[in-house]
Design a protein around this ligand. Structure first.
Ligand code: BDR
Ligand code: CA
Length: 325
């Protein structure tokens, strides 16, 4: 089996962190690079947490490239209340190795259109607001059909279920509805992994029983901050949809994003006039949860270096958006 070449775009909060580790330990995926976007936390914290994730997984050769600090319109609404002040619920070591390049969209554009790179098709998995993806689509305008970006897989939207940040909207789509709308309307194939399936994968303390100590510390810290709740792992579900699509049923659905400034802003609506998108509509939640426990939580195979001693990382945060899960 040849692993699928992927780039992960992340606004690294707690579920993104586990999703990156899961992806790096998925033999079906070849993760070359991470790009970052504001969303759960300001861009610089998202980048720092992405570096932490690659170091934690012992994959320091992977570059992390910052992208958009703002959505296409206005400002991001951060969620420190949900993820922790710097995007993680417990202190983690400061990253030691910085391989931060300049601009995510410049890099993605070159990866998609460069003569040598074009020979290797890749999938872009977006775990945060779709801002970088929309900016990339604008740049690709002239090269559509002649580039190596074969698919974009987006964690976002709430098709037939309630939103998690407003009654109608899911956090990523709500944080940059204009970007999601542009990406849905584009001509590069999109697969949406919405709350409809993500809501079915949540973990509690017992799921961290056999976990590697740092993974358990992060998970338990989040559960202590949110008594009586389970931790949702939406971004891990999006990784599973690429690594193990057989655990899902997909349907093609015409979808539009509400870009009004009204109460339904960010809602993903079934609409006859919208572009038809592939949407994950059913999930084998036990199978996906098993993979997450084995790949994101469990101790790594022998010889795979893991980080040790946590040191406190200070992080200030902007006003929060309360995510319900
Ligand atoms: C999504 O929003 C973020 O809080 C999570 O990281 C996930 O990408 C869930 O709605
Ligand atoms: Ca995310």
């Amino acid at each position: 089996m040849t692993p699928r070449s992927v780039i992960i775009d992340t606004d690294t909060g707690i579920d993104d962190f586990f999703a990156i580790v899961q992806a790096l330990r998925s033999p079906e995926l070849d993760v070359a690079t991470l790009t970052t976007v504001g969303g759960n936390v300001p861009l610089r914290y998202a980048t720092r947490n992405a570096l932490r994730a690659v170091e934690y997984a012992g994959r320091i050769e992977i570059s992390v490239i910052p992208g958009a600090a703002r959505p296409l319109r206005g400002r991001f609404h951060y969620a420190p209340y949900y993820h922790g002040p710097g995007g993680l619920p417990a202190p983690m070591p400061r990253p030691k190795v910085y391989r931060v390049l300049r601009d995510a969209v410049d890099f993605l554009h070159l990866r998609a259109t460069g003569i040598r790179a074009r020979k290797v098709p890749f999938t872009l998995i977006a775990l945060g607001p779709a801002t970088n993806v929309a900016r990339l689509f604008r740049r690709l305008g002239e090269t559509k059909g002649r580039n190596s970006l074969e698919r974009v897989v987006i964690m976002g939207g709430a098709v037939d279920v309630s939103g998690n940040v407003t009654p109608f909207a899911e956090f990523n789509t709500w944080n940059d509805p204009e970007a999601a709308a542009e990406v849905f309307a584009g001509d590069i194939p999109v697969t949406l992994v919405p709350l409809d399936v993500c809501n079915q994968v949540r973990v509690s303390r017992s799921d961290f029983a056999g976990a590697e100590p740092t993974a358990r510390r992060l998970g338990v810290a989040w559960l202590k901050r949110h008594p009586g709740r389970q931790l949702g792992l939406a971004d891990c579900v999006a990784i599973a949809a690429v690594a193990d699509p057989g655990a899902f049923r997909f349907e093609r659905i015409p979808l539009e994003v509400d870009t009004s400034l009204g109460p339904e802003r960010g809602r993903t609506n079934r609409s006859g006039s919208g572009n038809t998108i592939e949407v994950a509509v059913e999930i084998d939640a036990d199978r996906v949860l098993r993979a997450i426990r084995e790949r994101a939580f469990a101790p790594p195979p022998p010889g795979d270096p893991l980080q040790g001693s946590p040191s406190p990382g200070k992080a200030r945060s902007r006003p929060s958006a309360a995510i319900q899960s």
